[in-house]
Write a protein that binds this ligand. Structure first.
Ligand code: PLP
Length: 491
């Protein structure tokens, strides 16, 4: 296979010119966006914010750690006019300086949560140091600054997923809350006795349990699309469920958090719309990793989490089409979501504010805005290509280890960033503990997808997932460590 190293080497020759022009273009688009908020300016930093990274007991000098992680690779990667400098990216993440059991941290658990670049960490500090205030309430300077930054973050999200308007973007705590919002607001108003909701057997619990709660309350039925043995959806199941009638909603994940399968959501949405059903896409594992365009996809709802895309925890997004949001009743009641309140009744504001009761996670939203700047600077196509290369490499190398079984699609090109595997009868927790001894962080367990585990006939798997800061060397370390586990457990 052509390695990442070779591709980086081939790409690295013309990087600096492109980097310069891209930076200039980005500054221009930032100014243009800022100008769309009349009268409110996003505050400029008045203090230098980049601080030396935190140090931990047993930490190596940065250069040594970075030398270890990058010694075998070239440094640049380009798609279109975007520069991807893996060395720079790694330097942006202070946590990658940590040593775990005397070895550099190889973080291969980004499907659970992604690490944060210094730019995002600094922006959170800057918010609290310089313009912490509640939004949409104050008429004083720092409240106006906070409001501008909060609304600018909403606009950045709208641009990232190509929503028609920032008003289609609702800030929530994460994917889980976004799905619960749809179930409790749209679902209660639209799903009734005998109606059907189509899901798939590869959903995360957060795209199953809210629908179970709704179905129980409304007397509706859940219908599952099954999986083929190599982890793809059984299209025929979907068609049969759709044709059975009475289906109000199809809700499915874009990318499986266990198998990495990329589902053909566009096709499913087209078919569902022909039958008059709404479609929710759980994009927790796709928006961080690839370009997602809600207008092209034509989904009705899309949910994702900030923390899986270099943003803070406690902030996420529900996108919904404007016409649907306008028909939806509030989810939570409280301050800021009302037009007027009287003793026995109230009226609501327009979306998105109708769905953002109380003081929201202001710092989180601003931090997510900064994370989107960061990812956009690298380029979502670059990120997708990088993740794809590493996934293919990991699939190939792990697949060669004696006793390893990889779950999901046999063709790694249909997977995004995630590989679940087992080694003989070694328990996933034992595997993850052994990898941790080598400084490698992976997830073990059922990955909040117990119905999928049942389908696979296992109680748990070990999952390695990659993101922008991972390298081929880290995959080599993973493979060596899995081989060591094979020797320890005599597989
Ligand atoms: N959906 C998928 C596919 C996920 O991978 C996750 C988290 O791992 C979630 C939903 C839930 O996301 P959160 O815990 O951020 O709400």
């Amino acid at each position: 296979m052509t390695t990442l190293k070779q591709k980086w080497a081939a790409a690295s020759s013309s990087t600096s010119l492109k980097a310069t022009s891209h930076a200039a273009a980005d500054t221009a688009s930032y100014r243009k966006a800022k100008n769309r908020l009349p009268g409110l300016a996003v505050p400029k930093s008045t203090t230098p914010t980049t601080k030396p990274p935190l140090t931990f007991p047993g930490q190596l000098a940065q250069s040594t750690v970075r030398g270890y992680a990058t010694q075998k690779q070239a440094t640049a990667y380009i798609h279109g006019d975007k520069l991807y400098d893996i060395d720079k990216v790694r330097h942006d993440f202070p946590i990658l300086n940590r040593l775990i059991n005397g070895k550099p941290l190889a973080y291969l658990d980004s499907a659970a949560t992604a690490q944060k670049p210094a730019e995002v960490i600094d922006e959170l500090t800057r918010f609290y140091n310089e313009y912490n205030a509640n939004v949409h309430r104050g008429v004083y300077k720092i409240s106006e600054e906070a409001t501008a930054a909060y609304e600018e973050a909403r606009a950045k999200i709208a641009r990232l997923i190509n929503a028609k308007s920032p008003n289609e973007i609702i800030f929530v705590r994460g994917t889980t809350e976004a799905i619960n919002l749809v179930a409790q607001s749209w679902g209660r108003a639209n799903v009734g006795l005998g109606d059907g909701i189509i899901l798939t057997e590869m959903e995360h619990h957060s795209n199953i349990v809210p629908w179970q709660l709704l179905a129980k309350e409304r007397g509706a039925h859940l219908k599952y699309v099954g999986l083929t043995d190599d982890g793809h959806l059984v299209h025929e199941d979907f068609r049969q469920h759709l044709e059975s009638g009475g289906i109000k909603l199809v809700t499915l994940t874009h990318v499986s958090n266990v198998l990495g399968t990329i589902n053909p959501v566009r096709e499913y949405i087209r078919e569902a719309h022909k039958q008059g059903c709404r479609v929710l896409v759980d994009a927790a594992q796709s928006v961080p990793h690839m370009p997602v365009d809600v207008q092209d996809m034509d989904c009705d709802f899309l949910a994702f989490s900030g923390h899986k895309m270099c943003g803070p925890t406690g902030i996420g997004v529900l996108y919904a089409k404007k016409a649907i949001l306008e028909e939806m009743p509030p989810y939570h009641g409280g301050g800021e979501m009302i037009r007027e309140v009287h003793l026995y009744e109230s009226t609501w504001r327009d979306p998105p504010y109708r769905f953002e009761a109380g003081t929201t996670n202001i710092a989180g939203a601003i931090g997510l805005g900064k994370a989107i700047d960061y990812l956009s600077e690298i380029g979502l196509r670059n990120i997708q290509a990088h993740d794809q290369e590493l996934t293919e490499y990991m699939h190939e190398m792990l697949g060669k280890v004696k006793g390893v079984k990889i779950y999901g699609p046999a063709n790694p090109r249909t997977k995004a960033g995630v590989i679940s595997f087992s080694l003989g009868d070694v328990h996933a927790h034992d595997m993850a503990s052994l990898l941790d001894e080598d400084g490698i962080a992976v997830r073990s367990g059922h990955h909040c997808a117990q119905p999928l585990m049942d389908r696979l006939g296992v109680s748990s798997t070990t999952r390695a997932s990659v993101y922008i800061y991972n390298t081929e060397d880290e995959i080599d370390r993973l493979v060596e460590s899995v081989e060591r586990a094979g020797r320890v457990f005599k597989i």
